[in-house]
Structure formats: structure tokens, C-alpha cells
Design a binder for this molecule. Sequence first.
Ligand code: NDP
Length: 276
Amino acid sequence: MTVPTITLNDGHEIPQLGFGVFKVDPAETERIVSSALEAGYRHIDTAAIYGNEEGVGRAIAASGIAREELFITTKLWNSEQGTDAPRPAIETSLQKLGLDYVDLYLIHWPRPDRDLYVETFQQLEKFAAEGLTRSIGVSNFHQPQLEKLLAETGTVPAVNQIELHPAFAQTALREFQEPRGIHTEAWGPLGQGKYDLFGEKAVADAAKAHGATPAQVVIRWHLQKGIIVFPKSSTAERIAENFDVFGFELTSDEIAAIDSLDRGQRVGADPEADFF
Ligand code: NDP
């Protein structure tokens, strides 16, 4: 199965469907990521704070898959923002992953209260120039922080990774960032299982019409909207199910029905209010 790729604003290509490992137990990560690689995923989204970069690295090494076929993202944790801390942080992540470079390195949260994200991003620009990462981007940034980065640094972030699922569709932020060349990555694409997304009539009806599961319908909704998506699962059956989404297409009416589920409902932290 060939996953479509999206060309980022720096010319690098990212597989539009990947595998996320937030809350994947470090002791289980090698086995679970190996199962994702066997299912066909080539894009893995991790972060220093997840504590499982080593397991991701072991799965990559054991897979024998050529490095250039993989797309690996990790993220700089909040405590490592500033001028000096990011370099040891990326070096530690690379060492844990067993890689010479990552494909995408993100500032995990903006922490607007500390206001260090501009100088932090300037460090990421250096890492890209040195080849420690191919692309650089941000996560959980809102429009004011993106505006400040665009005004004060020389690089347009390749992506902004944000909470995004049918009840929290982030239309305004997408309309700001995408015309400026910042691709949208969805975190919590299945709503993290925190509301009855799969029981919504729009999702259930589309699943029935296509002989698909509700999770597959929600993943298709992301893909057909041009969003980069990497659902997490710890079970081999669901890992395979979430990858098997290229045999059907939602109609425009089905997309519109799922769009109408947007009610501005977060399931995770608010980047402007919940600081950690
Ligand atoms: P998701 O929306 O991917 O939901 C994961 C949950 O859905 C798990 O409980 C999983 O259960 C369940 N699930 C997965 N597949 C199915 C299925 N086919 N049917 C039924 N239930 C299913 O949440 P995440 O928070 O994990 O988001 C995805 C990724 O986004 C993360 O793993 C991480 O890489 C990234 N992320 C980034 C953040 C950021 O701040 N930048 C914040 C949060 C996430 P089970 O495992 O038991 O199958």
C-alpha cells in the first residue's frame, strides 16, 4: 500500500498517514512500533517527553528498513527551550533514536508565558542547516505565536501539529497557517477516545455505507481534508485497521456531515492556559 505524501514548504516529502506513540509504554514501544512498521507505516511521531524514543529506535534498527524510506518526527520538550538547551536535547533524542538525523523536529508547546519560542526556533534553524533534522516546525502554536515567528525568524515552520478531530476542527487556525505554507498535522485525530466520536451518526452512517470501521472513516476525513495524521494504537489489529484506509473514499456530503460535528470541543490541554 502506498501512502500519499505531502510536499512540505522546504521541499521534503512527508507520508500523510503515520503512527503516533504518545502514551505507548516505553517497555512495549519496540514491539508496538515494529508491528506498525510491519503493517506498512513509514512515518512515526514521537517526542522526548514520551520517554519512548529508545524503543522507537530499536524498532527502526530491527526493521532493516532503509533510513530514507522512513520519516521520523520528535519534539523538543518545554523545559529545554531557550538558546543553549535545545542542542543537547536534540543530540540526546538522536542518540536514543539511534539516528544521525530526524526528518522533522518540533517545538512541542509554545509556552507563551515564557516567550522563549523565537530564540528556540532560531536554534532549530541551525539544526536544519547542520543536517541534524531535515525539516523544522512547531506544535500547539496559535495564530499570535505563528505571526511572531513569521515576523522574527527566517524560516516558515513546515508544520504546526495541533489538536484536531471532528469536534475540534480548528478551521480558523488552518485558514491562517495553510495559505502561509504551514501544513497542518492533527494530534488526537480520533479524539483520544474521550468522547463518543464513533457513535456520531455522521461517522456511523459513513462507516456502514463503505463497509469500513468508524475509526477508518475519521482517518479518511483527515486525509481527504489534506491533514497529516498519525493515530495511535497499542493493539496490532487496530494498528492494521488504521492503516487500511485507501480502499474507499468519503463523498463530499459525508465529509460535510462530519464537518458539522465541530463544536470547538478540546479533549487535551489548551496551549494558552495549561502550562506544564
Ligand atoms: P488518538 O486520537 O490517536 O487516539 C488514540 C486512542 O484511540 C487510544 O485510546 C486507542 O486505543 C484508540 N484507538 C486507536 N485506534 C482505534 C480503532 N481503530 N478503534 C477504536 N479505538 C482506537 O490520540 P493520540 O493522543 O495518541 O494522538 C495521536 C498522536 O498525536 C500521538 O500518539 C502523538 O504522536 C501525537 N500527539 C501530539 C501531541 C502534541 O502536543 N504535539 C499531543 C497528543 C498527541 P488503543 O491504543 O487501546 O487501541
